[in-house]
Every structure is written in structure tokens, then in C-alpha cells.
Design a binder for this molecule. Structure first.
Ligand code: HEC
Ligand code: HEC
Length: 243
């Protein structure tokens, strides 16, 4: 009996997926998940709080408001929680960051205002909420492929550049446990900004930069420090189309 049920579930799975794709409303509907694996939060707990975030991150976190602002839908909850913490750290004077156990710091005036009023539980609930939202695919830039695909999939050993896919996955899905963010479908303009922020942290030796630190961000600064402007543009245009 069990086998029959499993076989049925496998047969039905593609049907369920395509039925969801056919309904635009499904894009913003929370997928039923009882308790987020990382935060332990109920993904629906923050649905009301998340409405303030939609003003900039779009309905369900799927963007559309400004291409320089990130999509949050389907992003890993551990990563979202980590970034909200980093924005909070970014509001502290530099000499207070160690006491607050800040490893990575993001300094951004807009998000500083948003995180100020959030408790630790709010951040967990919001992370679980956005992680549970179905990401809508993006449209990549075709002329990016020539430069970007090789770097994304293979890196460039001659200058010690690792493949992006080694951490972010071949389809840009990221890795939840390692806090490697999902990149597939992310806005191109946003990704360009972030890669340049990471790069400036590498070249400034993490002094006074806006997205860096000795934790996870350092991995990306090391990578971005090896990229040219043209490569950053191409990679950012390419990852928007990954799925
Ligand atoms: C007024 C516009 C605005 C509002 C409202 C807003 N954000 Fe943001 N958010 C931004 C911008 C701009 C960035 C990019 C900042 C940067 O480049 O560092 C961002 C970045 C983020 C990121 C980092 C995403 C990534 O991929 O690294 C997270 C997480 C986030 N916001 C969560 C939230 C949450 C949760 C709320 C609601 C409580 C919210 N934001 C409300 C503008 C906004
Ligand atoms: C060694 C693992 C690793 C490799 C290789 C790597 N990344 Fe990352 N990437 C990370 C981590 C970890 C973060 C999150 C860092 C943080 O917390 O700020 C990240 C963040 C990013 C972000 C910001 C995402 C967001 O939502 O703000 C972009 C864009 C990105 N990486 C692009 C790339 C590209 C393009 C490459 C290849 C040239 C690459 N990464 C290679 C680990 C990696």
C-alpha cells in the first residue's frame, strides 16, 4: 500500500507543480510548511508584518518595485535572518559591534530604518515567511551568457577564481545549511550593486566598507575582488535568468 501511495505522489507531483504555475496567485501564496527548518517559525506568523516589506520587495517578496532592490521570495531563511542581523550590526558604532557578536556588517540607510523595530523573533518569523514564498523566475540577459556562463560554472583557475556554482549551485538555488544565498531570478541591478560592495570591501581590507566582515561576507569579497566591472555586469545579468 505504501508503495502505491509513493508511486502516486511521484506521478502527481509534476501535475501539482504545473497547476501552481498556471495560477499567478500561487506565486504569492505561502506553500504549506509546518515550521521552518532553520528558524522553527511558522511561515504564516509574519504574514501581517511582511506587508510593510512588500512596499519595496514586492508582493510576497517577488520584487518588481525597483530593480536595484532584491527579491526575497524563496531565499533561504538562515541567510535572510543572517542579513537582517547584519543590517542591525550596521547600525551600531564600530566599537560596539564585537560585544554584539557581529561578524558581518551591512551598512544601508534604508534597511537600517526597517530593522530598527524588529525583535529577534520578528526576524525569524519574517525569514521563515519569505523563504516559504514561491520565487517567480527572472529574465536573464542573453548577451551575458558568453562571458558569464564559463565563470559561473568553471571559474578561472589561472587567477584563483572559484566557480560560482560550487557554492550557489548550478541552477542558482544556493545552499540553505551553508547560508549560501539563492541567486536564481535575483534582480540584475541589485546583484551588480552587491558584487561591487563586496569588491570594495576586499580592496579596502574591510575598513569602512558597506557589506563585509570576517564571516560569510569575506568569502564573497575574496571572490568579487577578482572580478572586473564587465564580468560583474555579465554575471549579474546571467544569474537573473538562472532557474
Ligand atoms: C523602503 C524600502 C524597503 C523596505 C520597506 C524594506 N526593504 Fe529590505 N531592502 C531594501 C533595499 C534597498 C535593500 C538592499 C540594501 C543593500 O544594498 O544593502 C534591501 C535588502 C534586504 C535584504 C537583503 C536581501 C539579500 O538578498 O541579501 C533583506 C533580507 C531585506 N531587505 C528584508 C526586508 C524585510 C524583512 C523588510 C520588512 C520588515 C524590508 N526588507 C523592508 C529596501 C527596503
Ligand atoms: C566559496 C563560496 C562562494 C563562491 C565560490 C561564490 N559565492 Fe557568492 N556568496 C557566498 C556567500 C557565503 C554569500 C553571502 C555572504 C554574506 O553573508 O554577505 C554570497 C553572496 C553572493 C551574492 C549576494 C546575494 C544577495 O542576495 O545579496 C551574489 C550576487 C553572489 N554571491 C554572486 C556570486 C558570483 C557571481 C560568484 C562567482 C563569481 C560567487 N558568488 C561565488 C559564497 C560564495
Amino acid at each position: 500500500m505504501k508503495r502505491v501511495v509513493i508511486a502516486l505522489a511521484i506521478l502527481l507531483a509534476p501535475l501539482i507543480v504545473s497547476a501552481e504555475d498556471a495560477t499567478p496567485a500561487a506565486a504569492t501564496a505561502a506553500t504549506a510548511k509546518a515550521g521552518d527548518a532553520f528558524t522553527g517559525s511558522d511561515p504564516t506568523a509574519a504574514a501581517a508584518k511582511a506587508a510593510t516589506c512588500f512596499a519595496c520587495h514586492g508582493a510576497g517578496g517577488n520584487g518588481g518595485v525597483n530593480p536595484a532592490w532584491p527579491k526575497l521570495a524563496g531565499q533561504h531563511s538562515a541567510y535572510i535572518y543572517g542579513q537582517l542581523s547584519a543590517f542591525k550590526c550596521g547600525t551600531l558604532p564600530a566599537d560596539q559591534r564585537a560585544a554584539a557578536k557581529c561578524t558581518d556588517v551591512r551598512v544601508n540607510a534604508v534597511m537600517a530604518g526597517q530593522v530598527a523595530a524588529l525583535s529577534d523573533q520578528d526576524m525569524r518569523d519574517l525569514a521563515a515567511y519569505f523563504a516559504s514564498q514561491k520565487p517567480v523566475p527572472g529574465l536573464g540577459k542573453k548577451d551575458s551568457v558568453a562571458v558569464a556562463e564559463k565563470l559561473y560554472r568553471a571559474g578561472d583557475a589561472s587567477r584563483g577564481l572559484p566557480a560560482c556554482s560550487a557554492c550557489h549551485g548550478p541552477s542558482g538555488a544556493g545552499n540553505s545549511a551553508a547560508q549560501f544565498p539563492r541567486l536564481g531570478g535575483q534582480n540584475t541591478d541589485y546583484a551588480v550593486n552587491e558584487l561591487k560592495l563586496y569588491r570594495s570591501c576586499a580592496t579596502s581590507n574591510f575598513q569602512g566598507c558597506e557589506r563585509g566582515g570576517a564571516g560569510k561576507a569575506q568569502m564573497m569579497s575574496t571572490v568579487a575582488g577578482k572580478l572586473s566591472d564587465a564580468e560583474i555586469d555579465a554575471l549579474a545579468g546571467y544569474l537573473t535568468g538562472l532557474q
